[in-house]
Design a protein around this ligand. Structure first.
Ligand SMILES: *[C@@H]1O[C@H](CO)[C@@H](O)[C@H](O)[C@H]1NC(C)=O
Ligand SMILES: *[C@@H]1O[C@H](CO)[C@@H](O)[C@H](O)[C@H]1NC(C)=O
Ligand SMILES: *[C@@H]1O[C@H](CO)[C@@H](O)[C@H](O)[C@H]1NC(C)=O
Ligand SMILES: *[C@@H]1O[C@H](CO)[C@@H](O)[C@H](O)[C@H]1NC(C)=O
Ligand SMILES: *[C@@H]1O[C@H](CO)[C@@H](O)[C@H](O)[C@H]1NC(C)=O
Ligand SMILES: *[C@@H]1O[C@H](CO)[C@@H](O)[C@H](O)[C@H]1NC(C)=O
Length: 518
């Protein structure tokens, strides 16, 4: 029933061999996976759920060195299949949550607001590379809390970034078309320009706190797109802002893909305080050009409140297929960390992380610095995710699909994140019986430790039969004896009942009577 594809996994060693495997194991055969032996979108389906989840290829994973954050968050954007946020268990990459009802889903992550966790992502209408819609905040019960958008800009919030400010606000990106004089770049006095703006709004009231428009503060001649001026109906995409964060000082760090630059924007008057990279670079590069030669970058963020270091995803090229992927050796995509010195006005490379087999991602991508110093890199249109420690050792390297950087195949990992998350859905767990095996799952529930099976000859005479550990998204339980009706209780780590499935009539496959949920 669902038109999207994401998958789930499960650590073979953790499986109780007495039980039928429900989640399929992680794949480790690089050659077979990349040759398409598992299909172009390796996935799996379940009996107790309509969800489809991705099947990952694990090239490397040192689980002991990869310890921060209970869950992965991502929104695999697969053209033709829709988008949706997904949450995966970071112990085994098994599916934890997905819901195709969300209309969109770029930039799915956990963000804190007013002391609570929210699943945040963008939802709306995508116009190939930018969009108009809203920033969603979904609480830990997966109930919509806010759907915020920009005001007075003609279009709504764009798909690239929806970033909490830490002081009750959220920043939304925006793309809108204006008519302006573009004679300086080969246009007319009335040319269409696809301008960028960002707006900070109060999450509680939706009230706009600050609006900033690129064309007021930057000049079109600063654009460094890969193609010359071209006037499309939407306008020339000269700026292409894709990340905005409010700094501890109340200014804004922005990433401008089509200027190949980052800039610090004054939070009072909107002026440019400084710029790294691009045609108006403010810093002398102490690393032989490598600290400022990033191109078409994404996800630039200050490392901490001292604002001395920035991490970013340096795509480095935006021509699809320009370099072999894998096998890139020149102008490859990297995770880049730079250090700024505001007295000397210098910049230098702190670290550069390349994909282990060399890739060039022409679009998308993210760099999440974790609290233990590790970097989690989602390679954008290159369907891979890699974690490095501060020394650059590869801690984890996985693929969500076989190699493919085409537009049709690409975009599965706009950004990948890892966070702690406790999800307690308002709905209960689901049950199915197939070939005398009972299958149970609970979309979004993170605290289930085990499943307690009851069965009986009538739906009112159910007796406890067996308790098995939860294993991946869907757990299979082989009943110790036959029964006409089954029900499963979800137990937490202390054995408390957290939720109960309907009672399933094995003969008809129908549920009989709803049980009061806990
Ligand atoms: C899952 O994989 C199968 C086999 O390769 C494929 O036919 C199917 O289209 C995939 N499903 C989705 C939703 O991508
Ligand atoms: C990981 O840690 C566990 C328990 O601390 C230990 O038993 C195991 O050998 C470690 N594995 C590796 C690969 O270091
Ligand atoms: C913040 O959360 C507290 C409860 O934790 C609540 O009383 C308060 O109304 C919330 N404030 C906002 C602005 O949402
Ligand atoms: C959120 O609002 C935007 C418009 O502001 C709309 O495009 C989008 O579909 C909404 N998302 C959901 C899930 O309702
Ligand atoms: C930001 O702009 C305000 C108002 O013009 C000015 O007073 C302040 O010095 C500026 N801040 C920086 C860091 O340039
Ligand atoms: C460089 O940026 C400054 C503002 O910081 C601006 O005044 C100037 O016009 C820009 N120069 C070019 C060549 O764009």
């Amino acid at each position: 029933m669902h038109s999207f594809s994401f998958s789930s996994f499960f650590l073979v060693a953790a499986c109780r061999l007495a039980h039928v495997l429900a989640d399929l194991p992680l794949i480790t055969d690089y050659d077979a996976y990349n040759a398409g032996a598992y299909g172009n979108r390796p996935n799996q389906t379940f009996h107790s759920s309509d969800l489809v989840s991705p099947r990952f290829l694990v090239n490397k994973w040192d689980r002991n060195a990869s310890t921060v954050g209970s869950h992965f968050f991502m929104a695999p954007a697969a053209p033709g299949m829709g988008f949706t946020p997904i949450i995966l268990d970071s112990r085994d990459l098994s599916l934890v949550y997905a819901d195709p009802k969300w209309d969109g889903g770029t930039d799915a992550r956990m963000q804190m607001y007013n002391g609570s966790q929210y699943l945040t992502f963008w939802s709306g209408y995508d116009f190939k590379g930018h969009g108009t819609g809203g920033g969603l905040m979904v609480d830990t019960s997966y109930t919509e809390f806010r759907n915020l958008t920009t005001k007075g800009l003609g279009t709504g919030a764009d798909s690239h970034d929806f970033k909490m400010t830490g002081d009750g606000g959220v920043i939304m990106n925006n793309y809108h078309t204006i008519v302006t004089d573009l004679t300086s770049v080969g246009g007319t006095t009335n040319s269409h320009l696809l301008d960028c703006a960002f707006q900070e709004a109060d999450v509680e009231t939706g009230e706009v706190r600050f609006t900033w428009r690129a064309n007021d503060h930057f000049h079109v001649t600063e654009s460094r797109t890969d193609s010359p001026f071209e006037e499309t109906e939407d306008g020339w995409d000269w700026f292409h802002m894709n990340a905005i964060s409010k700094t501890a000082q109340g200014n804004y760090l922005i990433s401008i893909r089509h200027l190949q630059a980052l800039a610090l924007i004054n939070g009072t008057d909107g002026s440019r305080i400084w710029q790294v990279g691009g045609s108006n670079n403010s810093f002398r590069d102490l690393s032989g050009g490598r600290a400022t030669n990033f191109k078409f970058q994404h996800d630039a963020r200050f490392v901490d409140a001292t604002e001395r270091e920035i991490t970013l995803f340096d795509n480095h090229n935006m021509a699809p297929g320009a370099a072999p992927t894998p096998g890139c050796t020149v102008d490859c995509t990297r995770g880049l960390r730079i250090r700024l010195d505001y007295n000397a006005m210098t910049v230098q490379v702190v670290s550069e992380f390349y994909h282990p087999v060399g890739v060039q991602a022409w679009a998308q991508g993210g760099y999440q610095l974790q609290s233990n110093g590790n970097a989690l890199i989602g390679w954008g249109v290159v369907p891979a995710m890699t974690e490095y420690n501060a020394a650059g050792d590869i801690i984890m390297d996985v693929q969500i699909r076989p190699w493919d950087t085409t537009e049709e195949g690409g975009g599965p990992l706009y950004r990948a994140y890892r966070f702690d998350w406790v999800g307690q859905p308002t709905w209960g767990p689901s049950i199915a019986v197939v070939d005398s095996v009972v299958y149970v799952s609970w979309n979004g529930a993170t605290e289930v430790a085990s499943w307690a099976l009851s069965g009986g000859d009538t739906h009112v005479t159910l007796e406890a039969m067996d308790t098995v550990p939860k294993a991946g998204f869907e757990t299979a339980i082989t009943p110790p004896r036959a029964a006409s009706f089954f029900r499963v209780n979800a137990l937490d780590s202390k054995g408390n009942v957290m939720g109960t499935t309907d009672v399933l009539d094995v003969a008809s496959g129908e549920v009989v009577g709803s049980i009061i949920r806990h």
